[in-house]
Design a protein around this ligand. Structure first.
Ligand code: KE4
Length: 451
């Protein structure tokens, strides 16, 4: 059997048998659309067959052919402790032995909700769901129910899951596949969604001058992670807060990606802007299907069974999923945790930028906490000197990204297979992993410059 020992610093020699990932992909395409259960996994943007993973531990994943990779996808955010953390696996197995699902309240739902509230007190009341999509879809319905208004505002390049109202000029997989406006979304639904340029205060103010009284809510990724990583510029979130206050609209922070990823009190803690509603997911499930929405008690008081906004879920608050999330947050919220993984991410970004410069490659990065974005383009000439708009993202060289992606993959480093995704560092990424990543990147940037 092929033996890969990259984790010991030895190069992977590809065996000459047909890779199992390829065989599995041929089979999966006869089972699932595009052979995947989520589009971004299909490698359509970067080309080639997707890898099928068999196992993962810490910062490393192993594919079906035994090749090991340093993983910067982390399941698109949840695996902030690294894969298969002992404390999380123990909590899951211990809880599962007491039963998988009851369709009745359990104490552990209280425990996870209390821990979330402790660090994100704007969630005065919250409800668990099973995905980020459910969380944002429910939050939009609550905002519409509370205000009696239909129109919502989102921002180009932001992705909030695949509910109809939010699949308009969306990011992530929708952008990756070049379908930011999905088929199947009724025109009447899409017409209620206003899409504005991210980080554009003038466009925001103009929109509210003309339609403010009709707007139920603004939903935003306070640090966009679905067009690469693009943080809100200073003053932008404050401006949205002000416009919402003036017009009686609600402000929804979609922190599915940033919650317990950029800081233990989320992006709302970093920016000091309090939303009316927040959506969460990913890290709060620790790798299991968990989302949540919540916010002001008066707003959440209209959610069934208290009020007239219906929302429900068979597996909402599933005890095994709660156990994974609780074990994860107990470790993530410890003092020093975010300082450490933020520092590791800074070393990686600085290393990337230095190596790209040495290779003469146009390249720049964005980073907040332990999430980052890489862009094959010169740093923009805006006041931040960083990528801050969707247009600046689109101006990056996607061919260069693809060359870099495949060179890194071949060298044993797994990045997201799209320039419109963010990268994630975990507490399991240590000096060895960062050094090996930068060694691979030195050669990958040279391949980009030679193309
Ligand atoms: P899920 O329904 O995929 O759990 O969450 C939807 C969602 C909502 N809000 C934000 C800010 C998100 O980033 C997401 C999902 N993120 C993508 C990755 N960019 C999930 C990966 C995928 O679609 O396979």
């Amino acid at each position: 059997m092929f033996e890969c020992r990259f984790s010991e610093g030895l190069p992977c020699k590809m065996s000459n048998a047909k890779p199992r990932s390829e065989s599995l992909f041929e089979a999966s395409q006869r089972l699932m659309p595009g052979g995947v259960n989520s589009p971004v996994r299909a490698f359509q943007r970067v080309g080639g067959a997707p890898l099928f993973f068999r196992q993962a531990k810490g910062a490393w994943v192993t594919d079906e052919d035994g090749h090991q990779y340093i993983d910067y996808v982390g399941s698109y955010g949840p695996m902030i402790l690294g894969h298969a953390h002992d404390a999380v696996i123990d909590a899951v197995t211990r809880t599962a032995r007491n039963g998988l699902s009851f369709g009745a309240p359990t104490a552990i739902e209280n425990e996870l909700a209390e821990l979330v509230q402790q660090y994100m007190p704007s969630l005065e009341r919250l409800r668990m769901v099973s995905s980020g999509t459910e969380a944002t879809m429910s939050a939009i319905r609550v905002a519409r129910g509370y205000t009696g208004r239909d129109r919502i505002v989102k921002f180009e390049g932001c992705y909030h899951g695949h509910s109809d109202a939010l699949l308009v000029k969306a990011g992530s997989g929708a952008l990756t596949l070049g379908e930011p406006d999905s088929l199947g979304v009724p025109a009447a639904v899409a017409a209620q969604t206003i899409t504005l340029p991210y980080n554009d205060i003038d466009a925001l103010q103009t929109c509210f001058q003309t339609a403010g009284s009709e707007i139920a809510a603004v939903i935003i990724e306070p640090i966009a992670g679905n067009m690469g990583c693009v943080p809100a510029v200073a003053g932008f979130l404050d401006a949205i807060r002000e416009q919402c206050d003036q017009s009686g609209s609600l402000l929804i922070f979609d922190e599915v990606m940033t919650g317990f990823r950029v800081a233990r009190d989320g992006a709302q803690g970093l920016y000091g802007v309090k939303p009316d509603l927040t959506t969460l997911g990913k890290v709060i499930g620790g790798g299991m299907p968990v989302g949540a929405f919540g916010g002001r008690e008066d707003v959440m008081s209209i959610v069934a069974p208290l009020g007239g906004v219906y929302q429900a879920g068979t597996l909402s608050g599933n005890p095994v999923a709660m156990a994974a999330g609780l074990a994860t947050l107990e470790l993530v919220t410890q003092d020093g945790f975010f300082e450490d993984i933020t520092s590791t991410t800074e070393v990686l970004m600085t290393g990337f930028e230095d190596l790209a410069g040495q290779a003469g490659v146009s390249f720049t990065t964005n980073q907040v906490g332990a999430m980052f974005g890489i862009f094959f383009r010169e740093p923009p000439t805006n006041s931040d000197g960083r990528v801050t708009t969707f247009d600046e993202v689109l101006a990056a060289n996607s061919d260069a990204f693809n060359t870099f992606f495949h060179a890194m993959l071949k060298a044993g480093v797994y990045l997201a297979p799209s320039p419109f995704e963010s990268g994630f560092v975990s507490s399991a990424h240590g000096e060895k992993e960062v050094a090996a990543t930068l060694t691979a990147a030195a050669d990958a940037f040279k391949q980009v410059s030679s193309n």
